[in-house]
Design a protein around this ligand. Structure first.
Ligand SMILES: Cc1ncc(COP(=O)(O)O)c(C=O)c1O
Length: 435
């Protein structure tokens, strides 16, 4: 080992570049981080789309500490603890009507794997075991495990990893800058892109397709907001063919779009919802799959002493995560945070769209408290311009996230208007400086 930074192989990071000029956080509270050299940094991305209630919230901190002291761990297979049931109940209360069974995981990626397996097993249990195909969407992000990258559609996350799952296909993505650039909120054009599912049905036959998975708002690929009517059309086509619809709400869950789930914001109820991140405010790793009652009921067959679904994790419903989750949901309720994005989205959208016309800005997209600012790539150096903006903002006291040449914003839902002004002001300066 040469330096203290050598041993840690960092995820989704340019390791060599980072280790030459590390960016370290040491403390966090409310809307801010502090670096190891004491600089305050405004959090424009809720950590990584997860700290929806802001940092170091007292109820959550206390709940985790108390739980660790009272009971550190309980096995989740054939045993349980009360907070697991309480949290499942609370999550089900927030979910769309009829979606009231909650299966706990430890991350968004695990939620995706769980939902895909649930979909396959569901069809098999009901005697349609030939429905083995899983359909994703181009530019989709569903975590990094093999199921998730198979149905996902971001090439860099897929190309190094062999053949992945068999029997997977993809519908077209919805990004259409020629018609929709600088849309405020949901773009007007593109509902018909959902018809691409009919193309795959014609190719494979509906009887072979188990499920379709999409993010209501595609986040990691660069904030693609669903065109008006698109998700409704997808739902209709799934219903027509007996295909399960999975919404991956790892980013959109827990208030990001102005309601508890994107399903409610966009008025479309899927069969399964995957979530994570905001479930525990990012404080303890936890994810969940929320299923329709009818899916759960389908599994509840056969002799009662037999396990119905051969799936689960050592840390499913971990006591610390459940304690954090309960305190998080209480904090959201106390402070009205799950609808705060709806209240602030007008101000946020207006501020964001003032960046139109600045150097390199070719599109701005928004919904709730999510924003995307797409920049034209530098010739021969994709992603470099946005990364320079990221560095400039970080040095100026603002944390943003970039993916390719798109800047993504998803601030904690406790954000105030002056923070929005600061985010947009810092970005404007950075965009002019980096050019
Ligand atoms: C839509 C979506 N699904 C899945 C994941 C994976 O979550 P995790 O990183 O917790 O595994 C993410 C992470 O950003 C996501 O945005």
């Amino acid at each position: 080992m040469n330096t203290p930074l050598d041993a840690y192989w960092m995820p989704f990071t340019a390791n060599r570049q980072f280790k030459k000029a590390p960016r370290m956080f040491k403390k966090a509270s409310g809307m801010h981080y502090w670096t190891d050299d004491g600089r305050q940094v405004l959090d424009g991305v809720a950590g990584l789309w997860c700290v929806n209630a802001g940092h170091a919230r007292p109820k959550i901190v206390q709940a985790i500490a108390e739980q660790a002291a009272e009971m550190d761990y309980a096995p989740p297979f054939q045993m349980a603890h009360p907070k697991a049931f309480e949290l499942a109940h609370k999550v089900a209360e927030l979910a769309p009507a009829g979606m009231n069974k909650v299966f706990f995981t430890n991350s968004g990626s695990e939620s995706v794997e769980t939902a895909l397996k649930m979909a396959l097993a569901y069809h098999r249990v009901r005697g349609e075991g030939q429905r083995t195909r899983l359909i994703g969407r181009e530019r989709g992000y569903h975590g990094v495990n093999f199921g998730g990258i198979s149905v996902g559609g971001m090439v860099a996350n897929r190309k190094m990893f062999g053949t992945m799952l068999g029997g997977v296909d993809h519908i077209r993505h919805t990004h259409d800058p020629a018609r929709n650039a600088f849309s405020v909120g949901q773009p007007a054009h593109g509902a018909e892109l959902a018809e691409d599912l009919e193309r795959l049905v014609a190719l494979h036959d509906a009887s072979t397709i188990a499920a379709v998975i999409v993010e209501p708002v595609a986040g990691s690929t660069g904030v693609l907001v669903p065109p008006v009517g698109y998700l409704n059309r997808l739902r209709e086509i799934c219903d027509k063919h007996g295909i399960l619809l999975i919404f991956d709400e790892v980013i959109t869950g827990f208030g990001r779009t102005g309601a508890a789930f994107g399903a409610q914001t966009f008025g479309v109820t899927p069969d399964l919802i995957t979530c994570a991140k905001g479930l525990t405010n990012g404080c303890v790793p936890m994810g969940a799959v929320i299923a329709r009652q009818s899916i759960y009921d389908t599994f509840m067959q056969g002799p009662e002493h037999l396990i119905e679904f051969f799936h689960g994790y050592t840390y499913s419903a971990h006591p610390l995560a459940c304690a954090a989750g309960l305190a998080t949901l209480e904090t959201y309720a106390d402070e009205g945070l799950l609808t705060r994005a709806a209240e602030l989205q007008g101000y946020f959208a207006e501020a964001l769209h003032t960046l139109k016309g600045l150097p390199s800005v070719i599109d701005i997209r928004n919904v709730g408290l999510v924003g995307g600012i797409e920049l034209s790539p530098r010739a021969g150096a994709p992603a470099a311009r946005a990364f320079d903006v990221f560095l400039d903002c970080f040095n100026a006291g603002l944390l943003i996230r970039t993916t390719g040449d798109t800047i993504a914003l998803s601030p904690p839902l406790i954000i105030e208007r002056q923070h929005i002004d600061q985010i947009v002001g810092t970005l404007a300066t950075a965009l002019k400086r980096v050019a």
